[in-house]
Design a protein around this ligand. Structure first.
Ligand SMILES: Nc1ncnc2c1ncn2[C@@H]1O[C@H](COP(=O)(O)OP(=O)(O)O)[C@@H](O)[C@H]1O
Ligand SMILES: [Mg+2]
Length: 260
């Protein structure tokens, strides 16, 4: 386990019937990095990602998050610890404004001490003010000010993606897991999205773990890139290094390399 890793996957396996989808796989995500996960179809990327995100429990091995063993924890427990996966804005939130969507993200709830019960009305009010201010800051950062009072359902595909990203900023995530964030987003908006991911990383220090079909986006954003094949990590390096490795190119870039 390395000192500056925020996620450590250690000898993790997951079988489906007789098939080892992930086979004794180890990898790390360095704190402050934008780490990409690529590899041919069927390599085990989605299964690995789902184990990190708490959607699938590994048969063997451990997932360490920020020094803590989180193997088998559910997504909402990981959320509390600061590991967030982006999701499409749920249907029921489409009738709320962009700003309200951000304000709905659960933050730290005040504890149940007697003092809190006594002062709750005050706490609730001051918390709402703080949450609103934070949401406005996030809207500002993502340059969504002009649509902050639009219903989320009326936003463009790219604006919805930005809002999804914004939701992760409401709780000061330690790691954001990005799952095919480019899917269905046109090139211009993709640029916007990529620029915002870069700014979140560079200016605010967010760590990203990215699974993505779009190799241009991976090349632009991710360093390092982890290559998986047959349920394991087979290489890691910058996209240039990975592309310059003849064995990898021959085996995995000859055919289109896919993510997810
Ligand atoms: N729920 C499942 N049930 C059975 N087999 C699965 C399931 N999920 C994935 N697999 C199999 O595990 C292997 C790895 O799949 P996956 O993790 O989706 O790879 P990738 O995302 O790299 O394409 C594939 O052979 C796939 O068919
Ligand atoms: Mg997949």
């Amino acid at each position: 386990m390395s000192q500056d890793a925020v996620i450590d996957v250690i000898n993790v396996s997951k079988h489906f019937g007789g098939l080892a989808a992930v086979n004794n796989c180890s990898l790390s995500v360095r704190r402050g990095s934008v780490t990409g996960l690529i590899g041919p179809n069927g390599a085990g990327k989605s299964t690995l990602f789902n184990m990190v995100a708490g959607n699938i429990v590994p048969d063997e091995g451990q997932v360490i998050f920020d020094g803590q063993d989180v193997t088998g924890l559910a997504p909402h427990q990981l959320f509390r610890l600061g590991m967030l996966r982006t999701f499409q804005i749920a249907h029921e939130f489409s009738n709320m404004t962009a700003l309200e969507n951000l304000m709905m993200v659960p933050g730290d709830q005040p504890g149940e001490s007697l003092a809190n019960v006594w002062f709750r009305p005050f706490l609730a009010r001051s918390r709402e003010t703080a949450v609103r201010k934070k949401a406005l800051d996030v809207i500002d950062f993502l340059k969504l000010g002009h649509v902050r009072n639009e219903l989320a359902g009326n936003l463009s595909g790219g604006q919805k993606k930005l809002l999804e990203l914004g939701r992760t900023m409401m709780v000061d995530a330690k790691v954001v897991l990005l799952d095919e964030v480019a899917a269905g987003v046109n090139k211009t908006l993709l640029n916007d999205l990529a620029a915002n991911i870069e700014r979140m990383n560079r200016e605010l220090g967010y760590t990203f773990f990215v699974i993505e079909h779009d190799m241009d986006l991976i090349a632009r954003l991710c360093d390092p890139v982890i290559v998986m094949a047959e349920g394991r990590k087979i290489a890691e390096g910058s996209m240039e290094e990975v592309r310059a490795n003849p064995e990898i190119v021959e085996a995995y870039f000859g055919a289109p390399v896919e993510a997810a």
